[in-house]
Structure formats: structure tokens, C-alpha cells
Design a protein. Structure first.
Ligand SMILES: Cc1cc2nc3c(=O)[nH]c(=O)nc-3n(C[C@H](O)[C@H](O)[C@H](O)COP(=O)(O)OP(=O)(O)OC[C@H]3O[C@@H](n4cnc5c(N)ncnc54)[C@H](O)[C@@H]3O)c2cc1C
Length: 406
């Protein structure tokens, strides 16, 4: 019998396994896929953005308590997580200057996955792949897991269970949402789920025709008459709508809150555009705008402002200028949906933070069961924040489960 059975061998589950194993527990990981950490392998375009260079609770979104978030991050500060990867797992990390993201110097997500698996094995953890957990029964003295393994139904006992089955984005990696069903069946209240960090669809054919173009923007999400968030990030046009860090980061406001997205092109507000026009008033307007934005986008903006590109700034009528400035500084990106879980990087919603003890991540409704990772109603923005969440909560769940046995 295992002391601790971990459901899911992804980012959070492997971290939980390492720390539970190192704390002396007999640990088994049950992973439905052929191998552990398949999502790590595809992360960051195969390079794995392991961590952000800096982090703050405002980089995360939850409908739960922000105090709980802060408390959880204090259990394993970012610098210490980084040291764990560099010193303990011996993965050299490099910071990408422009984005501040941390990647393995080898640019290999496989290195990250393999080192985590190796560390779990060195801590004595048993990793069982092709094991799908279909049910968890809470018994008086522990748990019984109902498992489908290689075409057979088996039952496995456990003293403690760590639920680390991930969300439901990119289901072909194994995280198909069954973790939410397991959480609900063990009496956890779930916050409504939705695809997050997801490309957005647009009904505007002219904007979709800009597919492949990228432009720097300051985006803001407006809901209920208020700006809910604003950030500076690149926006990418796709044949379906919008992607890139700006659209992905803003997507949860659109998908969850029905927010409207507005952008300031080149991240310049109205005053900055006015200043740019004044500073180079003898230039052709298309040439001037082309100094800041891709030409095809400039053509579209001038067409919508009904201004011929060959006009010099000084030749523009005040009315034309009044039409142009809002298009440059406060352009609405029309959206009519998202690209769903197949394209989403993470799942928003899930197990509410209030469902667990924030000091240990032990479930309040099923004592002896611990929750971690993407299953929670917490998402981070692009840039290594979602792995940071998985590492921090995975470690805490694994360590707490092992400590509770003593
Ligand atoms: C394309 C893509 C790229 C990404 N890139 C980055 C990045 O560069 N940086 C970053 O910070 N985040 C990135 N993310 C997000 C990040 O991968 C996740 O937030 C993170 O993997 C969540 O960790 P987790 O352990 O909670 O879930 P997962 O890593 O999804 O692991 C859950 C595991 O549980 C297994 N499982 C599920 N159900 C069962 C069951 N019933 N029985 C047994 N096993 C089960 C799954 O097979 C899976 O292996 C990316 C996501 C995607 C989709």
C-alpha cells in the first residue's frame, strides 16, 4: 500500500511526488498517458518557459481570495523555486531579455521533464503510466482508487491522495478534464470552467486578413463600464482573429466577463500620437505611421479614417485628424468567441481556493486528499506563471501529504 498516491504525473504531480518522496513517504504516481509530463514537452513551443523572471500576485487571476494566493506563493518564493531548478535539478536557466521569461539554456522542454522524472525516481517514487483513475472512494482509514490500467479495472489503496490531474486544455496530452469530475465526486465545489489563455475569434474579415502580422499594443479590457485590466504586449492577427500575448492574456476577461477589448497601437495614447504627428508634420501620414506599425495595418487604419496615405500631416483636415487619433489610441478589437480548449493553454475556473486549507492544500470536504496545479480556480498570465503555480502548489501538496503521515 502506498502512503501517498498522486493522480496525474504532470508538472504539479511530479513536483508533489519529488517532495513527498523526499519527506520519506512511499509514493505512487498514476498517470493516464504513456509518459509523464506530456504537457511540459509541448510547453513554450518545445522550449518550456519554466518560470517568469519576476512575479507578483497581480499576474494571477482567481475568483477566490487574493490573500490565499499571496500566502501560497510565500511558501516557496520565486528565487527559491529558481534555485531548485538550477541547483537541485541542475538545469541551467537563461532569461530571455525582451520578455523576462526563464527557459532552459538547452532550449529543451524534454530536459525539464526528464530531470523532474529523474528526481522523482531518485526520491523512490513509483511512476505508473497508462493508469487512468476513474473514481476515488473515501474510506474510514484512507482511500480506494478505482483505476483502469492496460484494459483492466483494478483498485489501489492509499493513505493519502494528491489530486494533480490538471485542467482540460490540449486534451491530447492526457489532461482531459477528468480531474474536475474526480474533484466534484469527492465533494468539492467547482467554479464554472472556461478556456483561458486562448486565441479569440473575430467577425471582422478585414482584420482577419492581416493574418501573420504582429503589432505592439497596450490593451485594455472593459466590462461593466470599467477598465478591468490593461497591459502592454504584442498582438498577433490570425486567420480566425487575434492571438499573441495580448489576446491570450486578455482572453479571460472576454470569455468569462464578456469584456470588450480596446487597444492603443504601438502602446501610445492619444497624447503620444498627437505628439508624434506634431514632431514629424511634414511627413506623409502613411510613412509616419509606418515608423510605428506594420504597413498593412497602417493601410487599414487610414482606410477606416478615410484619409489618403499620401497626405502630409500638415495637409490633413482637423476632422480627419479627429477620426484618426481614436483609431490609433483606442481601437476596438471586435470578438465573437474563442478557439476552445483545443487551443487554450490553460483552464480557468475549477476547484475553489476556499475548498482547501491554504496552509497545506488539504481538502476541507475530504480530509487526507490534497489538491494542486491547474485543477484550482487560478490561472496565471503568459510567461511561466502557470508553471510557477503548478510547482508551488505541487510541492506544498506533496510535502503536506507526507508530513500528515507522521
Ligand atoms: C501548448 C501549451 C503550452 C504551454 N506553455 C507553457 C509555458 O511555456 N509556461 C507555463 O508556465 N505554462 C505553460 N502552459 C501551461 C502549463 O502547461 C500548465 O499550466 C501546467 O502543465 C499545469 O500543470 P498540472 O500538473 O496542473 O497539469 P498537467 O501538466 O496538465 O498534468 C496533469 C496530468 O494528469 C494526467 N491525468 C489527467 N486525468 C487523469 C486521470 N483521471 N488519471 C490519471 N492521470 C490523469 C494528465 O495526463 C497529465 O499528465 C502551456 C500549456 C499548453 C497547452
Amino acid at each position: 500500500m502506498s502512503d501517498v498516491v498522486i493522480v496525474g504525473g504532470g508538472a504539479a504531480g511530479l513536483m508533489a511526488a519529488i517532495f513527498a518522496g523526499r519527506a520519506g513517504a512511499r509514493v505512487t504516481v498514476l498517470e493516464v498517458s504513456n509518459a509523464c509530463g506530456l504537457k511540459i514537452l509541448v510547453s513554450g513551443g518545445g522550449r518550456c518557459n519554466v518560470l517568469p523572471g519576476a512575479s507578483d500576485p497581480s499576474d494571477f487571476f482567481t475568483t477566490g481570495s487574493r490573500n490565499v494566493l499571496k500566502r501560497l506563493f510565500r511558501t516557496w518564493p520565486l528565487d527559491d523555486v529558481r534555485t531548485f531548478f538550477e541547483a537541485d535539478l541542475a538545469i541551467a536557466l537563461k532569461e530571455e531579455t525582451a520578455s523576462g521569461k526563464l527557459f532552459p539554456a538547452s532550449n529543451s522542454a524534454k530536459e525539464v521533464r526528464d530531470r523532474l522524472v529523474g528526481a522523482a525516481q531518485s526520491a523512490g517514487v513509483t511512476l505508473l503510466t497508462r493508469h487512468r483513475v476513474r473514481g476515488i472512494d473515501h474510506l474510514e482509514d484512507g482511500f480506494r482508487l478505482r483505476v483502469r490500467a492496460d484494459g483492466e479495472d483494478i483498485e489501489l489503496p492509499a493513505t493519502r491522495v494528491v489530486l494533480a490531474a490538471g485542467g482540460q486544455s490540449l486534451p491530447k496530452t492526457g489532461s482531459d478534464g477528468s480531474g474536475f469530475a474526480l474533484a466534484a465526486a469527492t465533494d468539492h465545489a467547482l467554479v464554472d470552467r472556461y478556456p483561458a489563455l486562448v486565441p479569440l475569434r473575430s467577425p471582422d474579415a478585414e482584420l482577419r486578413a492581416l493574418t501573420g502580422l504582429a503589432a505592439p499594443v497596450r490593451w485594455r479590457a472593459l466590462a461593466g463600464g470599467k477598465t478591468r485590466e490593461t497591459r502592454e504586449r504584442p498582438l498577433l492577427f490570425t486567420h480566425r482573429g487575434f492571438s499573441g500575448p495580448a489576446a491570450l492574456d486578455a482572453s479571460h476577461w472576454v470569455v468569462r466577463e464578456g469584456a470588450t477589448l480596446r487597444v492603443a497601437w504601438a502602446a501610445m495614447d492619444a497624447a503620444a500620437w498627437e505628439f508624434a504627428l506634431e514632431a514629424e508634420s511634414r511627413k506623409r501620414i502613411d510613412v509616419l505611421l509606418g515608423d510605428f506599425l506594420p504597413n498593412r495595418l497602417v493601410e487599414l487604419l487610414l482606410r477606416r479614417a478615410n484619409i489618403p496615405g499620401h497626405l502630409r500631416v500638415t495637409q490633413m483636415h482637423p476632422k480627419q485628424r479627429r477620426r484618426l487619433i481614436p483609431l490609433l489610441a483606442d481601437f476596438e478589437l471586435p470578438t465573437d468567441g474563442d478557439e476552445g480548449y483545443k487551443k487554450a493553454e490553460v483552464t480557468g475556473g475549477g476547484v475553489g481556493l476556499g475548498e482547501v486549507n491554504p496552509s497545506t492544500l488539504e481538502s476541507r470536504s475530504s480530509p487526507g486528499l490534497y489538491v494542486c496545479g491547474e485543477l484550482f480556480d487560478t490561472i496565471g498570465r503568459m510567461g511561466g506563471y502557470n508553471f510557477l503555480w503548478a510547482w508551488v502548489t505541487g510541492r506544498l501538496a506533496g510535502e503536506s501529504a507526507a508530513a500528515s503521515l507522521r
